[in-house]
Design a protein around this ligand. Structure first.
Ligand SMILES: C[S@@+](CC[C@H](N)C(=O)[O-])C[C@H]1O[C@@H](n2cnc3c(N)ncnc32)[C@H](O)[C@@H]1O
Length: 267
């Protein structure tokens, strides 16, 4: 798989992460849905992997690539890992640093991109990259960097969007473009940057990483119900916080829209 063209990359709005104040952590804000809706399913998935592989976080180091305001990073630190977060957005990092301090969490935050990780080879036992791979300029470089900083036998955990017809309708048209339902910023995601499971599997394989699993993520209510709540949020009848309480995101077999997975670095 190649990196995306400059034309495609120019369409994604990664500036929306340059947020001031406490934005990431405010319950009535779109990106806080990562905390309310996505953290439970991805943290549960990661914990199952650690249990299966008999990994004790207390003795290990973890890096989150594309940590934003620290919404997932803090959960990683709470698992017991010696935790580092990296992100290109200085404003997001400032929010993450303040929030960790206010909550007495020891997390190292650094500025940088996934394409050029400022860490030595074989530095981390686990690397997380969640809801980030579909935002980067050079995906093959990011995967090769993640593999480089992982220790041999280390674990890479990720989630991202699949590039299918149904993901175009749901993640792009409904969530971003069609006003009746759109609750996310218009260029949050660009469909051409979504990644098919086979594409990521091949990239991992090329970079000394054995892909072990892919699991889908979906809402636990029907599509009509989902559209009903989206509309209520779009017209302001529900806050983002109210909206997040109407359903949960859960693991499923179908990887057609969103999926998570993990890989192990070859020894
Ligand atoms: C949707 S947010 C995900 C934040 C966090 N991983 C989470 O799930 O809570 C995407 C993040 O990716 C970051 N990002 C964008 N391009 C990146 C790159 N090339 N390398 C690393 N992070 C990047 C953005 O600054 C933003 O914080």
């Amino acid at each position: 798989m190649q990196k995306v063209t400059e034309e495609i990359y120019s369409r994604i709005d990664n500036d929306i992460y340059n947020l001031e104040g406490e934005r990431w952590w405010q319950p009535d804000f779109s990106l806080n849905l990562l905390r309310t809706l996505y953290n439970p399913v991805r943290v549960n998935y990661a914990n199952k992997i650690f249990e299966h592989l008999k990994i004790n976080p207390e003795e290990k180091s973890a890096l989150e690539v594309g940590c934003g305001g620290g919404i997932l990073t803090e959960e990683i630190a709470k698992m017991g890992f010696n935790t580092t977060g990296i992100d290109p957005s200085e404003q997001s990092l400032n929010i993450a640093i303040k929030h960790a301090k206010d909550n007495n969490l020891k997390i190292k935050y650094e500025m940088g991109t996934g394409e050029n990780l400022p860490f030595q080879n074989n530095s981390f036992d686990v690397v997380f990259c969640c809801d980030v791979l579909e935002h980067v300029r050079d995906l093959p470089k990011v995967i090769s960097e993640i593999s480089r900083v992982l220790k041999n036998g280390g674990i890479f955990i990720y989630d991202t969007f699949n590039r299918t017809f149904i993901s175009k309708i749901t993640a792009i048209k409904i969530l971003q473009e069609w006003k009746r339902w759109a609750i996310m910023p218009p260029n949050l995601h660009v469909w051409e940057m979504f990644i098919k499971p086979d594409e990521i599997r091949a990239l991992l394989q090329e970079n000394q990483l054995n892909c072990k699993d892919h699991r889908g993520i979906k809402q636990n209510i029907s599509y009509p119900k989902m559209l009903h709540y989206l509309h209520k949020r779009a017209i302001g009848e529900l806050t983002y916080e109210d909206f997040s309480k109407k359903f949960r995101m859960v693991e499923c077999r179908s990887t057609q829209i969103m999926y998570m997975g993990y890989a192990v670095k070859r020894k």
